[in-house]
Design a protein around this ligand. Structure first.
Ligand SMILES: NC(=O)c1ccc[n+]([C@@H]2O[C@H](COP(=O)([O-])OP(=O)(O)OC[C@H]3O[C@@H](n4cnc5c(N)ncnc54)[C@H](OP(=O)(O)O)[C@@H]3O)[C@@H](O)[C@H]2O)c1
Length: 238
């Protein structure tokens, strides 16, 4: 028996990751607000105080079973609110950082807590972004959260080195994907996001990858044995 635990599996990249693992015979569980699938659990990551309990309840029965392989993908994320930090209300700052950072970490720590002692192959992936490395005016919250998550993952990778049944823990940069997140970017304004035209151009030139192709790339990275604990890997579509 194999298990995939995915956040943000309702649409976009996360949905395609769920489909890939279902097709490979994995039992799949996904966490999102809209929770549209029979294997979904409803959660709002913006409300970080509730996240630990909801994730823990979702994992309890699964943690009582033996699994040959466990794949965990922290994928949920959002860009909004875009725009300069000087114009942000603290409420929207909290919602963004909860969704992209705090709840992502709670999601991953709950999974580690429930499955640390399980045997078998175990991989924990955090879906990152080029925004973790490169600065972007208008995306300061998103860039800050993704950068912080990457460092969290590198430190957890160190912790796993001394565990008797370690997870392999990696950051994966998926590249540009043709999802609702990109649509939201194109619907923003130059005032909020000065690089807007560049992103519109990429869409019109067909430079956004399909979520299916990127999901295949992520699964390939997870299955690749040379991938080292703590590594940051960019999805290759070649
Ligand atoms: N698209 C790109 O070009 C691109 C580039 C680099 C990195 N990424 C990263 O790739 C990942 C997937 O992005 P995507 O493009 O597939 O985005 P998407 O189509 O907008 O999907 C985002 C997913 O996150 C979930 N989510 C968002 N806010 C949530 C909340 N408050 N509570 C629970 N779930 C929430 C959504 O589910 P609900 O709406 O049902 O809650 C959805 O399943 C993200 O981490 C993103 O940062 C994307």
């Amino acid at each position: 028996m194999k298990l995939a635990i995915i956040s943000g599996g309702s649409k976009g990249l996360g949905q395609k990751l769920c489909e890939q693992y279902l097709a490979q015979g994995f039992e799949v569980i996904e966490f999102s607000r809209t929770a549209p699938h029979s294997y979904s659990i409803a959660i709002d990551l913006a409300l970080a105080n509730n996240v630990g309990q909801i994730v823990s309840e979702g994992l309890l029965t699964l943690a009582a079973c033996e699994w040959q392989e466990i794949v965990v993908i922290s994928n949920a994320g959002m860009l909004t609110p875009m725009g300069p930090a000087s114009k942000k209300e603290s409420e929207s700052v909290i919602a963004n950082l909860n969704t992209n950072f705090v709840s992502g970490i709670i999601f991953m720590t709950e999974v580690l807590r429930h499955f640390q002692l399980h045997r078998g192959k175990k991989t924990l992936v955090s879906i990152s972004s080029g925004a973790a490395l490169g600065e972007r005016a208008g995306w300061s919250l998103y860039c800050g959260a993704k950068a912080g998550l990457e460092h969290f993952i590198r430190s957890v990778a160190k912790e796993q080195e001394v565990e008797s049944h370690p997870f392999k823990v990696i950051n994966v940069d998926p590249g540009l994907i043709d999802t609702d997140m990109q649509l939201l970017i194109r619907q923003s304004s130059i005032e909020d996001f000065p690089a807007l035209e560049q992103f519109k151009h990429r869409k019109s030139m067909g430079l956004l990858a399909s979520p299916t192709k990127v999901a295949e790339g992520v699964v390939h990275i997870i299955n690749a044995s040379p991938v080292k604990n703590g590594e940051r890997i960019k999805v290759s579509l070649d």
